[in-house]
Design a protein around this ligand. Structure first.
Ligand code: ZN
Length: 408
């Protein structure tokens, strides 16, 4: 699986699991959440859990006690498969949740979060403890920020929704008050020289702060008046940074508050950039579809599945809003069958002979496509559900489309 596709899958799976987890509630205080940071020894976690297990024998309700102990058991056997925690640590949610009727079922989610777990944490509650993970759902994209005029400049970073100030400095550009004896012309010239030096200083600091940041998507530049535009137009910045300038935006201030103003005013430009990639993919699909013969396009679950299995799919475009399951069954007559359904069934009938069939695999539909795509080096792109393009993918094409390598 190429790196982009595997990151895309990890992100999709994490987001999907989180959607399920936040809604789960236990009958009693019996849902267990364990956060293990990457630096923690698994053996330490095990002895902590053994202690919790023996403590739980004090729980008054017999059924709660049984469920808590069952969950701890299950977490421990899962942890036994690890020699040490993965690079970002591990988060496990486990416990009995109600299902139809009077029944309960045990659920266990094992997550390797997109950002590192910072502290060890154990909690037994009627809900899973998810707060530390919710902030990780946002895509943490980074932008460089500069706010400036002729007298002050501030450099900063926007990461996710966090604004961080890197550096603030003043210029030596004289105020527009001429000293007695100086000619107006000479004074103007001094101002220009000082301003030029200040712009060079801003550019130098920007190189230091931003050039090595490969993850930085773009540079936003703000400030009052036209100074910032002059700075961009005259190309003071290092040429690599100059290429990353997204646009200039008006702000009233050039200090840390100015950085916040800049982010506020650049918001729509930022959203546009992040949706651009998805837009381009959907445009590519639509261009193919407009060809009289349908071009190199496929859409609809079965058609796309067929094309992928034939090795003909280059890129799969799957909507984040799909929310379906793919079920694989096998009956006593040896028929293997699969079908798509909106929720996990308790039992199934063979699609070939109609006799009762064993459910061999019950997997999220998007994950099913990820696995299929992996066999044929097909790239998978998840398209967000709330963009205009995402809505079109969902409504017009059932949330599943592909750009093909060749026509099938
Ligand atoms: Zn059968």
């Amino acid at each position: 699986m190429d790196e982009r596709t595997s990151t895309e899958r990890a992100r999709y799976d994490f987001k999907k699991a989180m959607q399920d987890i936040v809604d789960l509630k236990g009958r009693g205080t019996e849902l267990i959440s364990v956060y293990v940071p990457p630096s923690k020894q698994i053996s330490d976690v095990m002895s902590y859990l053994r202690n919790e297990y023996s403590q739980s024998s004090n729980i008054k309700s017999k059924s709660t006690m049984k469920n808590v102990q069952g969950a701890i058991d299950s977490i421990m056997s899962r942890l036994r498969t690890y020699k040490s925690p993965p690079p970002h640590g591990i988060v496990i949610f486990c416990g009995e949740v109600p299902k139809a009727g009077d029944q309960t079922k045990m659920v266990q989610y094992v997550l390797e979060p997109p950002e590192a777990v910072t502290t060890f944490f154990y909690r037994c509650d009627s809900q899973f403890y998810t707060e530390p993970l919710l902030g990780m759902l946002q895509d943490k994209k980074t932008y460089g920020l500069i706010v400036m005029d002729r007298s002050e400049a501030t450099l900063g970073l926007l990461t996710g929704s966090k604004v961080i100030e890197i550096k603030n400095f003043d210029s030596m550009v004289p105020r527009k008050h001429r000293q007695g004896g100086q000619s107006a012309q000479r004074f103007e010239r001094l101002i220009e020289i000082a301003a030029h030096e200040f712009f060079k200083k801003i550019a130098l600091n920007a190189t230091e702060a931003f050039l090595e940041r490969g993850e930085m998507i773009g540079l936003l530049i703000g400030g009052p008046g036209s100074t910032k535009d002059f700075f961009v137009k005259e190309e003071y910045l290092h040429h690599e940074l100059q290429k990353k300038v997204i646009d200039t935006f008006d702000t009233g201030y050039t200090d840390e508050y100015g950085l916040r103003e800049l982010v506020e005013n650049a918001k729509s430009a930022i959203v546009d950039i992040e949706l651009m990639h998805e837009k381009e993919l959907i445009q590519r699909l639509l261009t193919e579809i407009r060809n009289t013969d349908g071009g190199l396009s496929a859409y609809g679950e079965e058609v796309v599945r067929g094309a992928t299995k034939a090795g003909a799919a280059d890129v799969l475009l799957l909507s984040e809003g799909l929310n379906e399951r793919r079920i694989y069954t096998k009956c006593q007559n040896g028929h293997e069958h699969s079908f798509t359904t909106s929720s996990s069934p308790d039992r199934a009938e063979c699609g070939v002979c109609g006799s009762p069939a064993e459910i061999e695999k019950d997997i999220d539909l998007v994950d099913d496509f990820f696995e299929l795509a992996d066999q044929f080096s097909t790239t998978v792109e998840i398209i967000s559900a709330d963009s205009e393009e995402g809505e079109m993918l969902m409504k017009a094409f059932g949330g599943i489309a592909a750009v093909l390598r060749y026509r099938v």
